[in-house]
Design a protein around this ligand. Structure first.
Ligand SMILES: Cc1ncc(COP(=O)(O)O)c(C=O)c1O
Length: 362
């Protein structure tokens, strides 16, 4: 078929998500496999969210509330901001896309850290923007170098905190210095998809009312700590003037009715969130100890995932583990040819991962 595709679209490498369990079991003819590849919540969804979804089923013949009034109010209250500062999205991916759609024209520039979440690059490139990527320094975002890359044509800067895939955070102090160096009207996006897991005392956390006197956008998601990745619900907190622009360009019903009901209920389920965070911290300690015993290098994290240097081609280890029914993520595409990334699973899953890793390495 003859298609006319812009060069900058042709050049995009498709985003490769973690392999779904079903696909693995179909392809390899196995069962009982486990997935530690997409930083999901192994506990499942919050029971309160599930109950809210069940309740929403009988009104599925109606369109959802396009403005998401109830959910937006709850998110605003939880963060000490006003509903006019909140934009809801079909996952936080959707908010990234809305920001790019609203702010970036072909030929504009976008600054991103590398390696980091690949959708910043893919979404900006698809809009015809030029992406200036700034290498991490000691696995952490190099904010000084990022500030130096900003030009008069830069429309967006992405900061991922904690960073995917390295799990590192930037400090509030370094971030304040970074912001002071940027033009007042430059939109800075802080992606806090994993912020619930962070525990460093001086780490950055945005999304407060005091962050709204400049064009700072905080991205959050229900896909990770809240266990609702399959429903697709994320949001942005930002100054009202910017939220108003994003609301103009979003689809009127971008967050479905079940997702709105579930997210509102999940916000109220503090016990589930605490259980999740405790499970992740316990699991990390266990995994670190097991990796120490194996003598492997790994990178301590502020998120629910971390990097392990397996000391041999990561793709080979990834394949070997797949055959054992354990899905991890090879970091080759991120420029770390001997690293894998895993997220914390249930206790039994963590143990099974360590057993499979031992087998894969020997
Ligand atoms: C850093 C980061 N931001 C955003 C997302 C997208 O999350 P969502 O499911 O809300 O679209 C992910 C998902 O893996 C992520 O790792």
């Amino acid at each position: 078929m003859k298609l006319t595709i812009p060069d900058y679209i042709q050049a995009i490498e498709p985003y490769l998500p973690g392999k779904p369990l079903e696909a693995l079991e179909r392809e390899y003819g196995i069962s009982d496999s486990i997935k530690l590849a997409s930083n999901e919540n192994p506990l499942g969804p919050s029971p309160k969210a599930l109950a809210a979804i069940r309740q929403s089923l009988s009104t599925l013949h109606r369109y959802p509330d396009g403005a998401g009034h109830r959910l937006t109010r709850k998110i605003a209250d939880a963060n000490g901001v006003s509903p006019v500062n909140v934009v809801i999205g079909n996952g936080s991916d959707d908010i990234i896309a809305l920001l790019v759609r609203a702010l970036v024209r072909p030929g504009d520039r976008v600054v991103v850290p590398r390696p980091s979440f690949l959708m910043y690059d893919i979404t900006a490139t698809a809009a015809g923007a030029l992406v200036d990527d700034v290498p991490l320094k000691a696995m952490t975002m190099d904010l000084d170098a990022m500030a130096r890359r900003v030009t008069a044509d830069t429309r967006l800067v992405f900061v991922c905190n904690p960073n995917n895939p390295t799990g590192t955070v930037v400090t509030q102090k370094d971030f304040d210095r970074f912001m002071a160096r940027l033009p007042d009207d430059l939109v800075v996006v802080v992606d806090e998809a994993y912020i619930e897991f962070a525990r460093s005392a001086d780490g950055l956390k945005t999304g407060k009312s005091s962050d709204l006197d400049r064009p700072l956008v905080t991205l959050r998601t229900f896909s990770k700590a809240y266990g609702l990745a399959g429903l697709r619900m994320g949001y942005g907190i930002m100054p009202a003037a910017l939220a108003e622009v994003l609301n103009r360009v979003r689809q009127p019903f971008n967050v479905n009715a079940m997702a709105q009901a579930a997210a509102a209920a999940a916000l109220d389920d503090r016990a589930f969130l605490q259980e999740t965070v405790d499970m992740v911290h316990r699991g990390l300690n266990e995994l670190y100890r097991a990796l120490d015993r194996l003598g492997l290098t790994y990178f301590k994290t502020e998120a629910n995932f971390f990097l392990i240097d397996v000391g041999q081609p990561a793709d080979t280890v990834f394949e070997n583990m797949l055959r054992q029914g354990v899905i991890v993520r090879s970091m080759c595409a991120y420029g770390y040819p001997t690293y894998i990334r895993i997220n914390v699973g249930l206790e039994a899953e963590n143990r099974r991962f360590i057993r499979a890793l031992k087998t894969a390495l020997h």
